[in-house]
Design a protein around this ligand. Structure first.
Ligand code: ADP
Ligand code: MG
Length: 636
């Protein structure tokens, strides 16, 4: 952190600001500030901040416009912390901590047969505990189910024998004890007492078994050929994709100012990605790139930086979804676009959106995707959600049959949600097996095809993770992010299983688990997400199995989360909530989707055109900006 002086009357934060300053947190060292919010055009004072107070915490997480103005009431001094510095620091601290624990584990012979990845899992699962000198940590004859590694201090091991008490060992830093209880079902064979203040890492038996399987089989288990082959099979993607260079003409109808219409043609260059259908319709060119003609039709949707419309390929008549992004809008974070390109190009799963081509013109980047005309899961949720009335035993109403009826929101039926969630479990399992974290699970990103099957779309936040590695970037959508993501503790595929828990909750209840009708302030929501004491409330109409599954996915400690245990995704598939589901038939698309998409495209189109009208005119790029875009996206 560094100090900054602010003179009386100076504005430190301006409401709506999104610039560089919007990534800073301030702590008041001296002086006083007022917090102003714009309400009906007038700045109202809503708070004061004095020595020790801080503001702008949310900016340490992610970029969002400042929600209030903060101005100095007198000459003041603040401490400033920038997001990048903070996150870098957190990453370093976490990595140092983790690598110290890892060093310890490397010195434990019992664990020598573990792979680095398994050790890293252990690192996460170990909990630190401190005992004062003289504490008896393990008592002979007691049932034992904890395993200890000494981090600091000394202990003595003694045994009661018919001849009397006998010291059998002394333990120091990096020594371990309690492993016998993990290997056998026998009671403790000896007692262990701290002779100094003792810091230990503790691992409960069930954690050990869950994460690594029983130790003996683990030691015996080298990689069996069957296991290895199975893994390799899963890891196979489309193979090395062939990229066919292509010239793409995008034809678009344009309204003339004086009335009437004309065709506008945009010429783009790019490549087709191993697309049988598309390629078959493209005549093989003599050294020249293949030419594809796409005619743009209705708009399907739009995100922060994108616009998606239906296009028809001229020769085959086949329809696709074309996502168009303005280069200047994404040039600040090009890695997202490149990740989306690389990932959707290389993945091949029935429930992941598939890319057929990517290309660019001077101002835009384009993707050609599967057409998903059924809208997204949010549309389904909106159509299916109901307000129901229910009697609840509560307070004075001990018996539900006497209590008055309470109105409450209910999401979609559990059977319908099961179909969607199961499809997503399969998609995530496939992505994780291919070392991809998705990171942005939410109903808006799950698209529905013409038959009613779903596909995971919008891979803008997805990332390839080397095995055993973690990533630290905060990303996702506030209500859906996992605690380890908020806390910058480093994370991997665990965040997707958390996201699945949130998604399931949202589909069944029509609400987010960590927001309430009173607040959707992202800072409050994220505080609840990381707060071990804040409990998710489950509406009374949820089945016990659904509650159980959600709560196991919304487990704050990633190593305890369902999906991260020994069985990985298989543990989720085996959960009772999915009982009776034929996973293979689902993956083969041999089941009947429970809900056919309705044609509400007209309604959606209306909303979209409304939105477009509200949006400002597209920006005009300066020559310098254009040059930058050209350089950054040269390889797109
Ligand atoms: P962003 O990265 O800007 O959020 P998305 O990829 O999520 O962009 O697309 C924005 C919207 O466009 C989606 O919410 C959806 O409504 C629509 N959309 C995107 N891809 C398709 C598709 N393949 N088929 C149909 N609609 C789509
Ligand atoms: Mg999106």
């Amino acid at each position: 952190m560094y100090e900054r002086s602010v003179t009386a009357g100076e504005i430190l934060i301006k409401e709506g600001d999104t610039g560089l300053g919007a990534s800073e947190l301030y702590v008041v060292k001296s002086g006083e500030f007022e917090v102003l919010e714009r309400r009906q055009g007038i700045n109202m004072r809503v708070n004061r901040k004095a020595r020790g107070d801080c503001f702008g915490e949310v900016s340490l997480m992610y970029s969002c416009p400042r929600s209030a103005t903060v101005a100095a009431l007198q000459d003041s001094v603040v401490w400033v912390l920038e997001r990048q510095v903070f996150r870098q620091y957190m990453q370093e601290v976490k990595e140092t901590e983790a690598s110290q624990v890892e060093l310890f584990l490397n010195s434990v012979p019992l664990l020598a047969s573990l792979s680095r990845e398994e050790k890293l899992m252990l690192v996460d699962a170990l909990e630190e505990q401190v005992f004062p000198a003289g504490t008896c940590i393990v008592r002979q004859g007691d049932p034992g189910d904890q395993f200890y590694i000494i981090k600091e201090g000394e202990a003595v091991v003694y045994q009661q024998t018919p001849q009397g008490m006998r010291t059998v060992n002394r333990l120091f830093k990096a020594d371990f004890f309690g492993e016998r209880a993990l290997l056998t079902e026998e009671p403790r064979a000896a007692s262990v007492e701290a002779t100094t203040k003792l810091k230990v890492f503790v691992l409960a038996r069930n954690r050990f078994v869950e994460i690594l399987g029983p130790l003996y089989s683990l030691m015996a288990r080298e990689k069996s050929p069957a296991v290895v082959t199975q893994r390799l099979m899963k890891l196979q993607t489309k193979g090395t994709p062939t990229h066919l260079p292509a010239e793409v003409l995008v034809k678009r109808k344009k309204r003339l100012r004086g009335g009437g219409e004309t065709w506008e043609v945009v010429r783009a260059r790019g490549h087709l990605d191993e697309v049988q259908e598309l390629r078959a319709s493209v005549p093989p060119g003599e050294k020249q790139p293949a030419q594809v003609v796409l005619t743009e039709g209705a708009i399907l949707g739009g995100g922060a930086f994108s616009r998606v419309s239906i296009v028809t390929e001229e020769t085959s008549g086949r329809q696709y979804a074309m996502k168009r992004m303005r280069k200047s809008a994404v040039v600040q974070c090009p890695e997202h676009v490149f990740c989306e390109q690389a990932i959707t190009r290389n993945t091949a799963h029935p429930f992941c959106l598939r890319q057929y081509a990517s290309f660019q013109d001077k101002l835009h980047l384009y993707f050609l995707f599967d057409l998903m005309p059924g809208g997204d899961l949010m549309d389904v949720l909106v159509a299916e959600a109901r307000v129901i009335k229910r009697r609840i035993a509560q307070g004075a109403w001990k018996r539900a049959c006497l209590a008055p009826k309470v109105k409450m929101l209910k999401g979609m039926d559990e059977g319908l949600a099961r179909f969607y969630i199961a499809s997503i479990v399969l998609a995530l399992e496939y992505l994780h097996d291919n070392s991809i974290v998705y990171r942005d699970l939410k109903p808006e990103n799950v698209f529905i095809d013409s038959q009613g099957f779903v596909k995971l779309g919008d891979f803008g936040f997805a990332k390839v993770l080397e095995s055993g590695k973690r990533t630290y970037t905060f990303c996702g959508t506030p209500g859906y992010v996992a605690p380890e993501n908020v806390l910058a503790h480093g994370y991997n595929t665990s965040v997707d299983w958390w996201g699945l828990g949130v998604l399931l909750y949202v589909l069944l209840t029509g609400r987010q688990p960590f927001s309430s009708p009173k607040t959707d302030d992202p800072m409050v929501v994220m505080r609840r997400i990381v707060d071990d004491n804040w409990r998710v409330k489950y509406p009374p109409y949820l089945s016990g199995q659904a509650k159980d599954l959600i709560s196991r996915l919304l487990e704050r400690k990633p190593t305890r989360r369902l999906g991260m245990l020994n069985g990985r995704a298989a543990d989720i598939k085996r959960h009772k909530w999915f009982e009776g589901l034929d996973w293979e038939a689902l993956e083969a698309r041999k089941v009947e989707p429970p809900r056919r998409p309705r044609d509400d495209s007209a309604k959606r189109l209306r909303e979209l055109t409304d939105n477009e009208r509200k949006q400002k005119r597209e920006p005009k790029e300066t020559p310098e900006e254009l040059q930058e875009c050209e350089m950054v996206f040269a390889d797109f």
